[in-house]
Design a protein. Structure first.
Length: 433
């Protein structure tokens, strides 16, 4: 009996790209293809690329080169596929190149070079599709694209304007995931709180009932599934205020991932970001009054074109005031095609990096102090591996971990209570309650 064709898969980039990979893998499985564990065993390799910053471009081109060297038959997809000329120049022998979230384009290329084995209606694919994450958590993508035109970002040119998924479809996927054993849903998009804007919040249907396609209704519906629901990539629109009470009630995890990017009104204006840092501070204060256990994660850019020393100091003052829990900072990187590259008064590379380091020194103390305040508390932990888990304040792969003694019978995907005994720079340590 002839073996089913085998496809190797390399997935790079952010969780949104990971979801694209899962959709491609699901379609491959539906059509009878088998996922190969290595290059040698694959009839063809798909590389899902990232192309946001220079380092990501280099990593993606390197991965494509490795796949070509090890296998020879490579299909390229993802954000770097938007820069087809760049890929072709570096690797002219790739079989095909498609852009991001283009499962049909990828499958067309696969069919052309590795014909599908049999009728998809005879295959068995789990309702939740093929996932690349552990069984106990999954990313739930609610939309594609973005309506913002931030001057440092080229994502809209690669992924297009906001397109919200039908709310009934999102909820059906979420329910399938929960039935399959997922204990944590990580809601992702380019702009989560704008969900439904593009369709004017039209009414959809879920469980035979009408439901509005908007951020609040989605949050409420997901909050009824009885699992952890974590919100990522949330712009601080007024609608965010409405979900904080749901966090206080335990319907959603008390966690917000909000990319503030800066605190100087002038720099925010140059970035084409909302420019009201003082209102942000007031709102953070109100959110914490309603939900004191709220964890806020954010990202910032140091050394944006035109940023003065005084404006950078203003950003450090904002950090001290905001007391954010989890923060990442990037030295400004001139991404090819970003409008910010044409702004006057670029900050020298060494100054950008020096400011990033100063920023992280300030934030490191804030994060350490906020972790230290948890010593002596008991935290509900979702176990990721023996003796390792995450609290409500910890998103997988980007935040900290909670370490406790390895115990027979305690497995990944279980919830346990851990008494926190000490804290470090990023992680907590304790014992099972």
């Amino acid at each position: 009996m002839k073996e089913n064709p085998k496809v190797g898969f390399v997935s790079l980039g952010c969780p949104k790209a990971l979801v694209d990979s899962e959709r491609i893998l699901t379609q491959l499985r539906a059509e009878g293809y088998v996922t190969a564990p290595d290059y040698a065993g694959a009839d063809l390799v798909i590389v899902n690329t990232c192309g946001f910053i220079d380092a990501a471009v280099e990593e993606s081109l390197g991965a494509i080169g490795e796949a070509l060297a090890e296998n020879g038959k490579v299909v390229v997809t993802g954000c770097l596929g938007f820069k087809e000329d760049l890929v072709r120049k570096a690797h002219p022998s790739v079989l095909a190149i498609t852009g991001p979230h283009d499962t049909p384009g990828v499958m067309k290329a696969v069919h052309a070079h590795l014909p599908k084995p049999h009728d998809p209606f005879t295959d068995l694919v789990p309702p939740q599709g093929i996932k690349l994450t552990p069984n106990h958590y999954a990313y739930l993508k609610i939309s594609e694209g973005c309506n913002h035109r931030c001057t440092f970002c080229i994502i809209p040119s690669m992924r297009g304007d906001l397109v919200s998924r039908p709310i009934g479809e999102v909820m059906q996927e979420a329910e399938h995931l929960v039935k399959a054993g997922v204990k944590e849903l990580l809601v992702i998009s380019q702009d989560t709180s704008a969900y439904g804007v593009d369709v004017k919040y039209r009414t959809g249907f879920h469980g035979g009932k009408p439901i509005k396609t908007n951020f609040l209704q989605l949050a409420k519906s997901l909050g009824e599934l009885g699992v952890w629901v974590r919100l990522h990539y949330v712009y601080p629109y007024p609608s965010v205020d409405e979900v904080i009470p749901l966090m206080a009630e335990g319907k959603l995890l008390p966690y917000l991932d909000i990319p503030f990017q800066h605190a100087s009104p002038r720099i925010l204006k140059l970035m084409k970001r909302p420019a009201a840092a003082e209102k942000v501070l007031a709102r953070i204060g109100e959110w914490r009054k309603i939900c004191p256990e709220l964890t806020i994660r954010s990202t910032f850019i140091a050394g944006f074109p035109g940023e003065t020393e005084a404006e950078f100091e203003l950003l450090l003052d904002f950090l001290q005031e905001a007391q954010l829990d989890r923060v990442g900072c990037f030295a400004y990187s001139p991404v090819d095609g970003a409008k910010a590259n044409a702004l006057p008064d670029p900050v020298p590379a060494e100054t950008r990096e020096e400011r990033r380091k100063r920023f992280m020194l300030v934030q490191a103390k804030i994060s350490r102090d906020r972790l230290k305040a948890k010593v002596g508390t008991t935290q509900k932990i979702l176990v990721d591996a023996p003796g390792i888990g995450r609290s409500a304040a910890d998103a997988p792969e980007i935040d900290g971990l909670v370490y406790f003694e390895k115990t027979p019978g305690v497995k990944a995907g279980q919830f346990v209570d851990v008494c926190i005994e000490r804290s470090g720079k990023h992680d907590l340590h304790g014992r099972l309650a």
